[in-house]
Design a protein around this ligand. Structure first.
Ligand code: ADP
Ligand code: MG
Length: 284
């Protein structure tokens, strides 16, 4: 991994850029990855989705917003010299802690494990961080935020600045309940309309669909919302294995079930961003 803060004009390396692939209007290109509960594969998904999108030729930035647990660097075996902590402590501007993850062809803003969480930041500092992120986002086709689990103030603020939120859940009852709570609280804050659901660790297609329907029904009955399904990711031993080897799944096991599922979700995410853009254009 090499550090660069000046790769603004660089194209991604992995995968040939496809000339037909859409380019997004700057400022409408942020995808937040959320989960009600930790341990559902949010970080694995954020990394793999960034990677899959980079492979379509997009210039992608992954922001590790789950400070305190700082998973992204750990899962990829990186030892960032600069990270979000330097920004929070006022030592560096956000664009100065961007690092290129060469193997994946995307950029990363790392958190750091063991540091205080973003939620401990005063609101003003948090708002400034968000504004800096939106500014940095202008240099990218797509920015992904790996949010902390739950629905605290930080998560709400980051999610509200996203064009699209992908909510990761598994079929575990606690994960489902917490995912529903995320949509419910987000709805009250006016930010659930752009949420799509990702069912992770699906033992089979039919079980994954069952999980999605459970959450859909609850949302329809109690919130009058119908969050769409972004996709399902198979429960796949290759995921654990790739994390253990600190190598992205799409490199280590590109033909695994989970990898193929991720490529489909990347396609969904691209289409969802285009749709949001059209909506915004029509409204303006
Ligand atoms: N699709 C999957 N199949 C099998 N195991 C998975 C899958 N997704 C995630 N995992 C396992 O779940 C663990 C937690 O993932 P992680 O990305 O750290 O979750 P979170 O960020 O939500 O806390 C991983 O270490 C991995 O072993
Ligand atoms: Mg995580």
């Amino acid at each position: 991994m090499t550090e660069t803060a000046t790769n603004k004009d660089k194209k991604t390396k992995s995968g040939a850029p496809s000339p037909q692939s859409p380019s997004f209007k700057r400022g409408t290109n942020v995808i937040a990855v959320a989960s009600g509960k930790g341990g559902v594969g949010k970080t694995f998904f954020s990394i793999s989705l960034s990677h899959a999108l980079a492979r379509t030729g997009k210039k992608v930035l992954l922001f590790d917003g789950d400070l305190g647990l700082a998973n992204v660097d750990v899962q990829l075996g990186l030892m960032p010299k600069r990270d979000l902590n330097d920004v929070i402590r006022g030592r560096l501007a956000l664009d100065k802690v961007i690092q290129t993850y060469d193997a994946g062809g995307f950029d990363i803003i790392a958190g750091r494990s063991g540091q205080a969480s973003l939620s401990a930041l005063p609101s003003q500092r948090l708002a400034s961080l968000r504004d800096q992120l939106l500014e940095v986002a202008e240099d990218y086709d797509i920015v992904l935020i790996d949010l902390g689990a739950g629905v605290d103030r930080t998560v709400r603020m980051m999610s509200a600045s996203a064009t699209k939120t992908l909510l990761v859940t598994t079929d575990e009852p606690t994960s489902l309940t917490d995912a529903y709570a995320f949509i419910k609280l987000g709805n009250a804050a006016g930010m659930s309309k752009n949420v799509s659901v990702v069912v992770n660790m699906a033992p089979s297609k039919s079980e994954g669909e069952k999980t999605y329907k459970t959450i859909l029904k609850a949302c329809e009955n109690f919130l009058r919302l119908s969050p769409p399904l972004a996709g399902m990711i198979s429960l796949d031993p290759r995921v654990k294995e790739s994390i253990r080897h600190q190598t992205p799944l799409l490199i280590r096991s590109p033909n695994s079930d989970a990898a193929l599922d991720l490529e489909k979700i990347a396609d969904y995410a691209l289409k969802a961003l285009i749709a949001e853009q059209k909506k915004m254009k029509a409204a303006s």
